[in-house]
Design a protein around this ligand. Structure first.
Ligand code: ATP
Ligand code: MG
Length: 330
């Protein structure tokens, strides 16, 4: 199976300031603002939607192809992804910019100062898919995930032009994109992924009704947080799949990406969309329960048992054979 996952590759640098920012701000001097906070904790987390999705696919034993743009600082992150089965050979390196980075300092009141540096991501628009498809010998699906908007537009256009089957996953770019961009990213996708809020952004910004969207995509997969996921197709009743109950929810960041990984893996194994959504929910709950987006692993026996407990024996019968040979990684 050949899966090309395009989108952001980034790290989050999260710092904690034990005091309160407001104690350091002098309101009538804000025009001369220059403050520095002594933080007592720095956590660097691996992220970016494309990298997260690839990590999830790797955890399930697949070897996805990561397509995105990074800086020379990508070395350690690349090694980590390669150790987790991700093909990084087609990642584009910027000669001048660093890998995208989110930097955020949070104080004792949960007030935040944050910045996002897109950096090398803006060069993703220079990536052509055809040479990558040629290198890996074909493509079953190209996922067009959140990225530099011009890169998303280019990847989508190339998929339509060359007849590559594609999954549209515009996520956070829906908040910034206008109707024209969103129509362009969605039209002709075999799969459209979004959450419920993003689904309403799609219809309101494009001016399309739900039926209009369904006429333009194969299957619309709308995640509903703890309520699971809704699968819609033109002319069919929507199917709702329940989520896997979480034992704890310390950090929901990255759940959507893990869901997509599980869904695409099952779909690639030839399982139907309902089963694919179940595997997506099962992988996603592992992310809900840990801090960070790539800090979980799949222990095949326990993983499968949990799926069976939620979705029944048929889940085990269909998914189980694909997890044999999967050794747990730390
Ligand atoms: N509290 C939860 N308990 C169990 N499963 C959850 C929970 N929250 C999310 N999930 C699972 O993750 C999937 C995706 O969640 P959600 O709809 O919140 O995505 P999202 O809004 O795109 O998240 P993000 O963009 O932060 O990754 C859901 O379909 C569900 O299977
Ligand atoms: Mg999301």
């Amino acid at each position: 199976m050949s899966l090309l996952i395009t989108g952001s590759i980034a790290t989050d640098h999260l710092m904690t300031f034990p005091g309160r920012f407001t104690d350091s701000l002098v309101v009538d001097q804000l025009d001369k603002l220059s403050v520095s906070f002594l933080v007592d904790d720095l956590e660097v987390r691996r992220g970016g939607c494309a990298a997260n999705i690839c990590f999830g696919l790797g955890a399930l034993g697949l070897s996805p192809v990561l397509v995105g743009s990074v800086g020379e600082d990508f070395g350690d992150y690349r090694s980590w992804l390669e150790r987790h089965n991700v093909d990084c050979a087609s990642v584009h390196y910027s000669e001048t910019r660093h890998t995208a980075r989110f930097v955020c300092t949070t104080d004792a009141d949960h007030a935040q100062f944050a910045s996002f540096y897109a950096g090398a991501m803006s060069e993703a628009r220079e990536i052509e898919l055809a040479p990558i498809v040629a290198r890996v010998g074909g493509t079953d699906v190209v996922l067009v995930g959140p990225n530099d908007p011009e890169a998303m537009r280019r990847h989508t256009a190339e998929c339509r032009h060359r007849g590559y089957r594609f999954a549209s996953d515009p996520s956070q770019q829906l908040a910034f994109g206008d109707g024209e961009l969103i129509r362009d990213l969605v039209d002709g996708a075999d799969l459209l992924f979004c959450n419920e809020y993003e689904a309403s952004l799609i219809t309101s910004k494009t001016g399309w009704t739900r039926e209009d969207v369904l006429a333009r995509v194969g299957t619309w997969v709308v995640t509903l947080g703890a309520s699971g996921v809704r699968i819609e197709r033109a002319g069919a009743e929507p199917v709702v799949v329940a989520a896997v109950p979480a034992t704890a929810t310390p950090d929901p960041t990255g759940v959507g990406d893990a869901f997509r990984a599980g869904f695409l893996a099952a779909e690639g194994w030839g399982l139907d969309h309902e089963r694919a959504a179940q595997l997506g929910c099962l992988l996603a709950v592992h992310v809900v329960e840990c801090v960070g987006t790539q800090e979980y692993d799949v222990q095949p026996d326990a993983f499968l048992a949990r799926g069976v407990a939620t979705y029944g024996e048929a889940f085990g019968a269909e998914v189980g054979p694909h997890l044999t040979g999967l050794s747990a990684r730390g």
